[in-house]
Ligand binder design. Structure first.
Ligand SMILES: Nc1ncnc2c1ncn2[C@@H]1O[C@H](COP(=O)(O)OP(=O)(O)OP(=O)(O)O)[C@@H](O)[C@H]1O
Length: 315
């Protein structure tokens, strides 16, 4: 079943087109990443999914329920962890979660509330007033609040922005478990290594448009290839390899300390699309008389891809 169906969604704020026709299909059980630089439209898209803002055009459906015309049913299927911390300071953690359960017509939800609090290390804060909690603890409650009605689709907008390592680990352990149990998860994050570790598929947004959409492994394979990093003790890169250079710099370690003045002490990053090319590069270097001090083969990661896509605008 399709968890979230986004079809040609457009949203403008006066002259600014925050979303310029976004279409995405997210299947049930996926762990999906929504990435993009500041202002790309991620929060606007999530707010549209949550039914908090109405699109100017296009539709969004959660488990087949349109978020505008069938809002109540769509909302039941969805748990959203927003970026902003907003709470009523006079309630305790448990009261906050009971109140939230009430919004969904759930009575006697204490067993699940206790389980959620346990999984987010909130149990010993259950009777503490919200205003007395630290920022990190408040964020845990925000996550718990989104989960009180066991929504099949969970959307997290920058859940780990500014939170400590411990909370990140607690959060990811719990969210991964829910995903393994069949919940669909959609995540926006600025921590690309987090997206790389968690998400099976990602969409990259730029200027309100989807500029890349693929599985994580295909994106990494398709775009960037690997980098062969060679530090030359002496000699220089032959002209025939120049077109492969993505980056070069004077090697901070070797510098030009060998004093031979023939271009030694350079570090080059060369694009390599398949392993066979490494052999070719090494042969050319040997012929030119360059001496390799050190080398390593580096796999592309999401950050390289992200930067490439954002540079080019689209694939
Ligand atoms: N209520 C609003 N009124 C006017 N402009 C808005 C409003 N909300 C968002 N925008 C603009 O729409 C664009 C998209 O914003 P959005 O918050 O969706 O981006 P984002 O990808 O979530 O960015 P960030 O990573 O900074 O959270 C931005 O240029 C933003 O300034």
């Amino acid at each position: 079943m399709t968890a979230i169906q986004i079809t040609n969604v457009e949203k403008s704020y006066k002259a600014l087109k925050a979303l310029g026709g976004v279409s995405l299909t997210i299947e049930e059980g996926e762990f999906f990443g929504l990435l993009g630089p500041n202002g790309a439209g991620k929060t606007t898209l999530i707010s549209t999914i949550a039914g908090l803002i109405r699109p100017d055009a296009g539709t969004v459906a959660i488990h087949g329920h349109d978020v505008v015309t069938d809002f109540r049913e769509a909302r039941k299927k969805l748990g959203v962890v927003p970026q902003e911390l907003v709470f009523d300071p006079f309630f305790t953690v448990r009261e906050t979660l009971r109140l939230q359960s009430g919004y969904f017509g759930l009575k006697n939800n204490d067993k699940w509330i206790d389980e959620v609090m346990g999984n987010l290390d909130l149990t010993n804060k259950a009777d503490v007033n919200m205003r007395a909690l630290s920022g990190g603890m408040k964020r845990r409650v925000l996550v718990a609040q989104a989960l009180v009605h066991k929504p099949p689709v969970i959307v997290l907008d920058e859940p780990t922005a500014g939170v400590d390592v411990e909370l990140r680990q607690t959060l990811w352990k719990f969210i991964s478990r829910l995903n393994r149990e069949g919940h669909t998860v959609v995540l926006t994050t600025h921590y690309l290594e987090e997206a790389q570790a968690m998400c099976q598929r990602v969409a990259m947004l730029k200027g309100g448009k989807v500029v890349a959409l693929d599985t994580m492994s295909a994106l990494i394979r398709r775009i960037s290839g690997s980098q062969l990093i060679v530090h030359l003790a002496s000699g220089s890169l032959p002209e025939s390899l120049r077109h492969l250079v993505s980056h070069d710099e004077r090697d901070a370690v070797n510098g030009n300390s060998n004093g031979n003045g023939n271009g030694g002490g350079m570090k080059y990053s060369l694009r390599v699309n398949e392993y066979g090319e490494v052999e070719h590069i090494l042969a050319r270097l040997r012929e030119s008389g360059a001496v390799i001090d050190e080398m390593q083969l580096q796999q592309a990661d999401l950050e390289d891809i992200f930067l490439q896509i954002m540079d080019k605008g689209a694939l």
